[in-house]
Design a protein around this ligand. Sequence first.
Ligand SMILES: Nc1ncnc2c1ncn2[C@@H]1O[C@H](COP(=O)(O)OP(=O)(O)OP(=O)(O)O)[C@@H](O)[C@H]1O
Length: 307
Amino acid sequence: MSETTIVVDGLRKRFGSAQALDGMSFGVRAGQITGFIGPNGAGKSTTMRVILGLDRPDAGTALVGGRPYRALRRPLCHLGPLLDAAALQPSRSARNHLLWIARSQGLGAARVDEVLEQAGLRQVARRAAGGFSLGMRQRLGIAAALLGDPPTLMLDEPFNGMDPEGIIWMRGFLRSLAGQGRAVLVSSHLMSELQDCANQVVIVGRGRVIADMAVAELLRSASGGRVTVRTGGSGAADVLRAAGGTVTDAGHDTVTVSGLASDRVIAALSARAVPFSEVAVHRASLEDAYLELTREAVEFRASETAR
Ligand SMILES: Nc1ncnc2c1ncn2[C@@H]1O[C@H](COP(=O)(O)OP(=O)(O)OP(=O)(O)O)[C@@H](O)[C@H]1O
């Protein structure tokens, strides 16, 4: 098992009447992209702020490499954060913005030029960051997070404001960072942004973890073992029931069954000579799986707002 670089344990935090964190616990491992996903208001940003020591929890702990972030002498060398890409001094050039952060960590200009190159900002390094699009600001935020060459990166909504080309670049870039053995925690309220990118997902709602699992496992569990058969003949539903399946939907030329693997579906239909033209194993998208898991949290919030 790879090393756990961020450990969040039992965090609780209340803002007035809002219970922002309600027992949030999870770990982030090296060499993986961990998606931190949940609907608006689920507590993702608050968790990240607590990890950085910017908000104080009412209970629980958040450790980076075994220590509170604020206790680290050169914190950017342990964890590179991207919290709010819009937060920069607009008249400062991208390079000067990074030089200013680098100095605070005892890092030199050579490192600034390296991260500008990595984030694809070399050409615009001397332009005022105030004129940057949100997508370019996200790249600048990533460059800043990388300055201390940290083993862990924590990025709050890094896909925000990025065009499709930028999103593809970001996914590839995050994959390469994990490939170097870094732990990457990425928040998003859209599961689809993390498709083909995250290995692990921590799905949150109402201030706590709803699911913490490998993406492959999430997809398997959401598919529910359903198989759809296209059939011209009648009787398919009865045959599949008799074979031990549960028929969940029977249209005029398709039948959906669960509890029977596709090879058993084929064997049962063939044995009773029921004609069929297609047998499809249902595959849930990451988005389907996520919506299923978070529906209850979203409904709760909607009913709270309606009161
Ligand atoms: N400084 C604050 N003062 C008051 N309430 C706050 C504060 N920060 C967060 N909250 C509340 O805490 C809850 C969790 O908010 P948080 O921003 O952590 O969620 P989130 O999952 O990051 O949502 P989003 O996807 O919208 O950024 C929300 O109900 C929010 O209104």
